[in-house]
Design a protein around this ligand. Structure first.
Ligand code: F6P
Length: 342
């Protein structure tokens, strides 16, 4: 078969492991021809392809980013976007596609089904917010990087008797904040699923001071918002999928804490460091398993599905049960974390 592969959305460490697995198994076991589509859906709209042979995937397992490039292109926002996709796909002789992406990218794959485009999805996002899978690759790397940042911030916060706030990514879910906060022993963790109360945060910090802990480390997810307040955005513009650019809640909180308490506060926005560099062993293995399962699904003819990990099993999940159904942090999990606050 001739199988197209594309990587869409924001980059996530482990993407190249997925591509490598698809190509290795596709060539070796199925005798497929694998075609890379450049820069997500953009490459299919514009007809930009690259062959994915064994040479193309040499030494990519450990590399961050994607050898195909990423974009947040939404073909439904292009004039004649779908027609161009159909035409380019036909010209390139692509019979099926493996679409590696998060909710936005996979929602396009789902919509294209009704135009006769056969897709299998692979869940990719550092945010870990996709339904139908316990984990997305890229998340574990982001959590490790944020945990390392917390470890480092703790010693400098202690040395200066300060509050340090670490703002992490995650869009509208608090998975990165929750897991890095738990692993890094954060004194307060703030997530979008539970709007925060500044007075309560100040109480946690004062409580620590009373116990002789004259410093605190707070981790806040970029999408966290104050009770009765709005999410804080970096800019009002939206991308082709209607997403705003989040960012700035850390600075808001820092100022509020300094207003409420007599303690110096500093803010660190971790940003894209969470997405860059080499993937962890977990993400390399997860990406590899998902890639192998995706090419199998193509040959089983299970289109309109995504491969997900549930427990320790890789399973097919219908895209209709994934797209638009954000996986939030449960209140039970947040309760576990809150045992360690203050
Ligand atoms: O979805 C992944 C993510 O890193 C989010 O956590 C973040 O809000 C967003 O992408 C940032 O996007 P960009 O790379 O366009 O700044």
């Amino acid at each position: 078969m001739k199988v197209g592969v594309l990587t869409g959305g924001g980059d996530a460490p482990g993407t190249n492991a997925v591509i490598r697995a698809i190509v290795r198994k596709g060539l070796k076991q199925y005798g497929d021809e694998i075609v890379g589509i450049k820069d997500g859906w953009h490459g299919l709209v514009e007809g930009e392809f690259t062959p994915l042979d064994s040479e193309a995937i040499r030494a990519i397992l450990t590399r961050g980013g994607s050898i195909l490039g990423f974009s947040r292109t939404n073909p439904f926002k292009f004039e004649k976007g779908v027609e161009r996709i159909l035409e380019n796909q036909k010209k390139a002789g692509i019979e099926a596609m493996i679409v590696i992406g998060g909710d936005d990218t996979l929602s396009v794959a789902h919509r294209l089904e009704s135009f006769g485009i056969r897709c299998v999805g692979v869940p990719k996002t550092i945010d870990n917010d996709l339904s139908g899978t316990d984990y997305t690759f890229g998340f574990n790397t982001a959590v490790s990087i944020a945990t390392d940042a917390l470890d480092r911030l703790r010693t400098t916060a202690e040395a200066h008797k300060r509050v340090i706030i670490l703002e992490v990514m995650g869009r509208y879910t608090g998975w990165i904040a929750l897991e890095s906060g738990l692993a890094g022993g954060a004194d307060v963790i703030l997530i979008p699923e539970k709007p925060f109360d500044v007075a309560e945060i100040c109480e946690y910090i004062s409580h620590r001071q009373k116990r002789g802990r004259n410093f605190s480390v707070v981790v806040v997810a970029e999408g966290a918002k104050p009770k009765d307040g709005k999410v804080i955005v970096y800019s009002d513009g939206v991308d082709e999928f209607g997403n705003v650019r989040l960012g700035g809640v850390g600075y808001f909180l820092g100022k509020e804490i300094e207003k409420g308490l007599d303690i110096e506060t500093r803010v660190v926005v971790l940003g894209h460091i969470q997405r860059g560099g080499t993937p962890t062993a977990f993400d390399r293995i997860l990406g590899t398993r998902l890639g192998l399962a995706a090419i199998d699904l193509v040959h089983e003819g299970k289109f309109g599905c995504m491969v997900g990990i549930q427990g320790n099993r890789i399973v097919p999940v219908a895209l209709k049960d994934v797209v638009g159904k954000r996986k939030n942090v449960s209140s039970e999990l947040y309760e576990i974390a809150s045992v360690f606050f203050g």
